[in-house]
Design a protein. Structure first.
Length: 639
């Protein structure tokens, strides 16, 4: 696709059966890509400083796309027979080609052409390739890209190599689906082979459905006898009205619809006036026989029409279809969107191309291909990711407790020790540093014990892979870990494994910074029924100091016993248990957040080490982002 909306230059994309995901940020160009894939796009030339360097530059108004359809040869014959076009043309092979010799193609005789047809259509699949181009106020024009478009042999060029003139044989498709040469030959440079002829007739377009994110105005329509849904679903009332006569299939459609949207008990179609019908929604039990309570689809929820149309295509199609769905999460609740995808996954003979940034939908779809759309330097660029690699990364991350939904959509990730640090570091950044995160997500590594085991290399390589190539998962900027009882050699090894992304707290763990007697007294005092009497901070201070002197709470072989080496989480656990007489256990996340909030308000200096480390990591990102913003603003002003 070239010179269309935000797309300036073409990008080669390959989509397969089943699910193909297109993802990217808002306004990156996903909808423009889907419009082109829907084969019904208009001439809307790309506009940027690249194509319009000056105000008076005359733009190129031609928008175009190169498209290939791969389908079974028998299905292609069915398309030709149903098109009503009569005769078709096929390029003759060069007589000195190996292909011509192998099939016995020797001359212009009917026998030779029949041999050619038999050889071409004996293939399991054929690929038909053509170019669709459009200018303002003109219909889409279809031309062949290379002759023959199915690429099985070198075509005969009477004018010699490089000539635009080809020699064509004509054939017809009988009512029984047999191909038969007519004995006619044509020599010209017309690019109309059988594939382009089908494109001109709209055959391929009829099997491509694009469902946009906007509300579909399909509640009412004309009464008719059609059973094939139009690509824009404009005749949905008509086809559903016809489907009602197939009571079993119509009941199945209603059951599926209700399974996806439980608030819809059934839909039906009724006449409104002569020649007009409308779809109505039953939000109540149909067994009540209260048709008077049914609500017109036009007055119902936004997503019902889209789901109905999608289900109709999937459940009534006799052959595979291309079904393009734009941002299903914009018209469906996450639970409904997941159920829709789960139903579609049972029909993988179809090709689903779905634009979404919803991690729920992506995870449910288990896509075969993943296409990222980004907006860079005034134009949309696309990149297809390795779906197998993406699934491998997600599976590996799941092993260490991280989900796609935790990180999807972030610009980068700051990995921290666990859930406590995830919440508390965010508080420190927001309330003490007052730094905007600028798209940075803070996520806890939920099984950090793996980093102390022989699997440390494996775990860090999983996380590090996020920085090495394009991925649905954003890159890591740092791993902030507790020191624990690691020696210098162990810490150096982890730094090397992470390409120097691992950073260690100066103290053994984050809880060591929470060992403030006043803070602990304030938090336990706010817990109902913690103790029969108010706990004096001095008593808590004495308990903390006693633990600091007890080697059992320190790393083995520690040279000194202090706040840097003590097991802070263990100390807090002992204090909560002792002073509450075991009624209350220390909860790392809830109580850690409460202690952090108290320190931020009353003793922020106790968190100085953590604050300085986070500022060092995040400060450069904020500065870089702000500098990039100023640079881009200056570039646009100059342009």
């Amino acid at each position: 696709m070239g010179n269309y909306k935000s797309f300036h230059r073409p990008h080669a994309l390959d989509f397969t059966r089943a699910f193909n995901i297109v993802s990217g940020q808002n306004n990156a160009g996903k909808t423009a890509l889907l419009e082109a894939l829907g084969l019904n796009f208009e001439a809307k030339a790309h506009r940027s400083t690249r194509t319009l360097p000056a105000r008076d530059t005359i733009p190129d108004l031609l928008s175009w796309a190169e498209v290939s359809f791969t389908l079974p040869a028998n299905e292609l014959k069915e398309f030709m027979r149903a098109s009503g076009l009569g005769a078709f043309r096929i390029a003759k092979p060069s007589l000195d080609s190996e292909f011509a010799r192998n099939i016995g193609f020797r001359d212009d005789s009917t026998d030779s052409v029949n041999r050619l047809l038999e050889a071409v259509f004996s293939a399991d699949y054929l690929t038909v390739t053509f170019r669709a181009q459009v200018r303002p106020q003109q219909p889409v024009a279809w031309t062949v890209l290379e002759c023959p478009s199915y690429g099985l042999y070198p075509a005969l060029r009477p004018g010699g190599p490089g000539s635009a003139t080809y020699s064509w044989a004509t054939f017809v498709v009988d009512h029984d689906g047999q191909l038969r040469a007519t004995g006619n030959s044509v020599t010209d440079n017309s690019p109309i082979d059988f594939g382009v002829a089908l494109a001109h007739a709209g055959i391929f377009q009829r099997h491509v459905y694009r469902f946009s994110a906007e509300r579909m105005n399909v509640g009412q329509g004309s009464h008719g006898v059609g059973t094939q849904l139009l690509p824009n679903a404009g005749n949905l009332p008509e086809v559903l009205n016809q489907l009602q006569h197939n009571t079993s299939r119509f009941a199945e459609l209603n059951r599926t619809l209700s399974g996806i949207l439980p608030q819809v008990k059934q839909v039906s179609v009724r006449a409104t006036k002569p020649g007009q019908v409308e779809i109505v929604v039953w939000p109540h039990d149909p067994d009540s026989q209260r048709e008077d309570l049914a609500v017109p689809l036009s007055e119902s929820g936004t997503g019902i029409g889209q789901v109905l149309a999608i289900l109709y295509v999937v459940m009534t199609s006799n052959r595979p279809q291309v079904i393009i769905i734009d941002e299903p999460q914009s018209f469906l609740h996450p639970g409904a969107a997941r159920k829709l995808v789960e139903f579609l996954s049972l029909n993988q003979q179809h090709q689903f191309i779905m634009a979404t940034h919803s991690p729920t939908i992506i995870a449910a779809a288990d896509p075969r291909t993943i296409t990222l759309v980004r907006y860079e330097d005034g134009q949309s660029v696309v990149e297809q990711l390795d779906a197998k690699k993406e699934k491998g990364i997600q599976a590996a991350l799941a092993e260490v407790g991280v989900r796609l939904s935790d990180s999807f959509g972030a610009d980068n990730i700051l990995w921290v020790e666990g859930r406590t640090e995830e919440k508390c570091y965010r508080l420190i950044i927001e309330k003490l540093l007052k730094l905007p995160l600028k798209g940075t997500e803070i996520l806890g590594i939920r099984r950090t014990g793996d980093l102390e085991s022989k699997d440390a290399k494996k775990v860090l390589e999983i996380y590090r892979s996020l920085t090495e190539s394009a991925s649905l998962l954003p890159p890591a900027i740092a791993f902030v870990l507790d020191q624990e009882c690691r020696g210098e050699n162990a810490k150096r090894e982890l730094r090397n494994l992470s390409n120097e992304l691992v950073r260690f707290l100066p103290r053994r763990m984050y809880e060591n910074y929470l060992l403030n007697a006043e803070a602990v007294a304030a938090v336990v005092g706010s817990i109902p029924d913690f103790a029969p009497e108010v706990i004096n901070p001095d008593r808590i201070r004495e308990a903390i100091e006693a633990k600091l002197r007890d080697r059992a709470f320190h790393c083995s072989g520690a040279a000194s016993l202090n706040l840097n080496t003590v097991d802070g989480a263990h100390v807090l656990g002992e204090i909560f248990s002792r002073f509450s007489e075991t009624r209350v256990s220390y909860q790392k996340v809830a109580h850690g957040i409460a202690l952090t909030e108290w320190l931020i308000e009353h003793r922020p200096e106790d968190l100085a080490d953590v604050r300085a480390l986070l500022e060092e990591i995040l400060g450069g990102i904020v500065v870089d982002a702000e500098e990039a913003r100023r640079t881009e603003a200056g570039r646009q002003a100059t342009a």
